[in-house]
Design a protein around this ligand. Structure first.
Ligand code: GLA
Length: 531
C-alpha cells in the first residue's frame, strides 16, 4: 500500500526519456497490391527528426520532425510535379516498434465502383503513405527492405516533361470483336510471377478445356519488369529469362501473350513504367510477339491530372499502332474521367470501370451490380471492364462464383480468369468452362445487359442476344433463398417463348407470361429465352 502511494507521487514528476529512433524502419502492409513494404529512414538530432519515406512510387523527404518521450511527429513531403502535398505523421514508440497513427479516416480498401478504391497515387492525407492504405495503424520494426526487381525511386520534381499529343480519333484496330477471354497473373500471384508459372498456366489452359471453351490470352501483369539497357529498351527481370521464347511457347499452344505497363515512370507495384519510353516499349513488346497490353495509370497520377488521361492513353495507343502488330489495348485507370466516352477513341479495346476487385462477395457484388449505367457504352471492339475474375481463388462459395460468372456474362465483360489454372477444383473448372454462359458473354450482337427489375435484394438482369434471344439472370443478393420472377412483358416478348436453364443445362419448355425460380442466397438462376 505504502509503496504504491509513493510511486503514484513520483510518477507524474518523472521526465519521459526520449529514445533514439534513428535508423531504418520497415512496415509491411496489406494493400490492393498484396504485401507492400513501407520504409522510413530516420535521423534524430537534438530531438529533431529528418529522413526519407520510401514507397514503391518514390521517395519522399521527411521534414519538421520532433520527438518527445515516446511521442513523435514529422511531415512527409509527397512531391508531385506542380503538386506538393504535405502529410503530418504522428506516432508512438512502443517497445521496439513505431506505431504510426492514421491521421484521417478514409474509405475501406478497394471501396466502391467508379474508381474510388484505386491503389496508390494522390490519396487522401493520412498516416504514412496516405491513400495507399486503409485506416489501420501502421506498425514498423527495425529492418531492411527485401531486395526485389522494383525500380529505384523517382524524383518526380526533376523528371523531364513528356509531350502529350493533340487529341484525335484512332481508327478501330479490328480486335476484341467479342469481350476478350483469357487469364491474368495478378489476382492469384500478385508480383510473384515467372516464366515457369506462365508456361504451366498455358499448358493448363489447354489441358483443362479452357482453351476449347474460348479462353485465349495469357496475360502477365505487374512484376515482370526490370531495368532499361543502354539504348533505353526495357528488360524483363531474371524471372523471365527470354520473353520472345515465352511468347513463342504460348503461341505454339494456339494461345496469345499479354503484358502490363504504366504510363507513369513506375507501375503500381513500383516497377519500371513506360513514361517517356512509349514507342520503344511498344516496339520491344511487338518484337517479342506480345498480343495484349494492360496499361495501368498508377504513378501517372503524380505527373498528370485526370483530364490529361485521354492524351496520355492516346500516346501509347499511337505507339502500339506504329508497331504494325495487332495488340489489344486494355486501359486501366479505374473508370475515372468518363473513360467510357473516350476509351475507344484513343485506341482502347476495353477500359476498367472500377477500383480493384477482391475475392470477396461484397467486393464482387458491389462492382458487378453497379455497372448498369455503363452498358450503352459496350460494343464490339470496345468493352467495359469491371476487372478480372476471382473464380477459383477460394474466398467465395461456388454459388457466389456462379453469380460472379453469370453477371460478367450479362455485362459483356472481359472473362479474364485470375486463379491458378494448374490446380482448379471441379467447381471452379465447371463454372469457368460453362459453354452456355460463355456463349452469352461472347454473343456477336455485342450489346451489354442491364437491370430489368429490382425487388428488395433480388434483381433481374437481361441481355439482348443475336436473333432476338435474351439472356436473363435472376439474382438474389439477400441472406435467405428467394423467389425471383421475370415477366416476358418487361422484355416485350409475346406468346410463349422457350426457356433453357444455363446452369442445369435443362430445357424448361415454352412458358406463358414469365418465369419464376428460387435463387439461393447470393445465387443466380440464369436462362436463355428464345421466341
Ligand atoms: C493496379 C491494377 C491491378 C493490377 C495492379 C498491379 O492495382 O488495378 O489490376 O494490375 O495494379 O500492380
Amino acid at each position: 500500500m505504502r509503496t504504491i502511494c509513493i510511486l503514484s507521487l513520483i510518477a507524474p514528476l518523472a521526465l519521459p526519456q526520449t529514445k533514439d529512433i534513428s535508423g531504418t524502419w520497415l512496415a509491411k502492409r496489406q494493400t490492393g497490391h498484396g504485401e507492400m513494404e513501407l520504409v522510413h529512414e530516420l535521423k534524430v538530432n537534438d530531438g529533431k527528426i529528418t529522413g526519407t519515406q520510401k514507397m514503391p512510387f518514390g521517395d519522399s523527404p521527411i521534414v519538421d520532425g520532433k520527438i518527445e518521450g515516446d511521442q513523435f511527429e514529422f511531415t512527409v513531403e509527397m512531391g508531385s510535379l506542380g503538386n506538393l502535398q504535405k502529410r503530418v505523421v504522428t506516432g508512438k514508440i512502443v517497445g521496439d516498434e513505431l506505431h504510426f497513427v492514421p491521421a484521417m479516416p478514409g474509405p475501406p480498401p478497394g471501396a466502391g465502383a467508379g474508381g474510388q478504391g484505386r491503389p496508390g497515387g494522390q490519396g487522401r492525407p493520412g498516416g504514412p503513405g496516405g491513400g495507399m492504405f486503409s485506416n489501420e495503424p501502421v506498425v514498423a520494426r527495425r529492418g531492411a527492405p527485401t531486395p526485389s526487381y522494383r525500380a529505384p525511386s523517382v524524383d518526380y520534381k526533376s523528371l523531364p516533361k513528356v509531350e502529350l499529343p493533340a487529341l484525335k480519333e484512332l481508327p478501330y484496330n479490328g480486335l476484341a470483336k467479342t469481350p476478350p477471354m483469357g487469364w491474368n497473373s495478378w489476382n492469384k500471384f500478385r508480383t510473384r510471377i515467372d516464366d515457369k508459372t506462365v508456361r504451366g498456366i498455358a499448358d493448363a489452359m489447354v489441358a483443362s478445356g479452357m482453351k476449347d471453351a474460348g479462353y485465349q490470352y495469357i496475360n502477365i501483369d505487374d512484376g515482370w519488369e526490370w531495368k532499361r539497357d543502354e539504348k533505353g529498351a526495357l528488360q524483363p527481370n531474371p524471372n523471365f529469362p527470354d520473353m520472345k521464347a515465352l511468347a513463342d511457347y504460348v503461341h505454339s499452344k494456339g494461345l496469345k501473350l499479354g503484358i502490363y505497363s504504366s504510363p507513369g515512370p513506375r507501375t503500381c507495384g513500383g516497377y519500371e513504367g513506360s513514361y517517356g519510353h512509349e514507342e520503344i516499349d511498344a516496339r520491344t513488346w511487338a518484337a517479342w510477339g506480345i498480343d495484349y497490353l494492360k496499361y495501368d495509370w498508377c504513378s501517372a497520377s503524380r505527373i498528370w491530372k485526370d483530364d490529361d488521361m485521354p492524351a496520355v492513353y492516346q500516346r501509347m495507343g499511337e505507339a502500339l499502332r506504329k508497331t504494325g502488330r495487332p495488340i489489344v489495348f486494355s486501359l486501366c485507370q479505374y473508370g475515372r474521367a468518363k473513360v467510357q466516352e473516350w476509351g475507344p477513341k484513343v485506341g482502347g479495346n476495353l477500359w476498367r470501370t472500377t477500383g480493384d476487385i477482391r475475392d470477396q462477395w461484397e467486393s464482387m457484388a458491389r462492382i458487378g451490380f453497379s455497372q448498369n449505367d455503363l452498358s450503352p457504352h459496350a460494343r464490339p471492339g470496345h468493352w467495359n471492364d469491371p476487372d478480372m475474375l476471382e473464380i477459383g481463388n477460394g474466398r467465395m462459395s461456388p454459388v457466389e462464383y456462379r453469380t460472379h460468372f453469370s453477371l460478367w456474362a450479362i455485362l459483356a465483360a472481359p472473362l479474364i480468369a485470375g486463379n491458378d489454372l494448374r490446380s482448379m477444383t471441379p467447381d471452379a473448372k465447371e463454372i469457368l468452362t460453362n459453354k452456355e454462359v460463355i456463349a452469352v458473354n461472347q454473343d456477336k450482337l455485342g450489346k451489354a445487359g442491364y437491370r430489368l427489375a429490382q425487388n428488395g435484394e433480388t434483381e433481374v438482369w437481361a441481355r439482348p442476344l443475336d436473333k432476338g434471344d435474351y439472356a436473363v439472370a435472376l439474382f438474389n443478393r439477400g441472406a435467405a433463398d428467394a423467389d425471383v420472377t421475370v415477366k416476358w412483358a418487361d422484355l416485350k416478348l409475346n406468346g410463349k417463348p422457350k426457356a433453357r436453364d444455363l446452369w442445369t443445362h435443362a430445357d424448361l419448355g415454352r412458358l406463358a407470361d414469365g418465369f419464376t425460380a428460387k435463387a439461393p442466397s447470393h445465387g443466380v438462376v440464369m436462362i436463355r429465352v428464345s421466341r
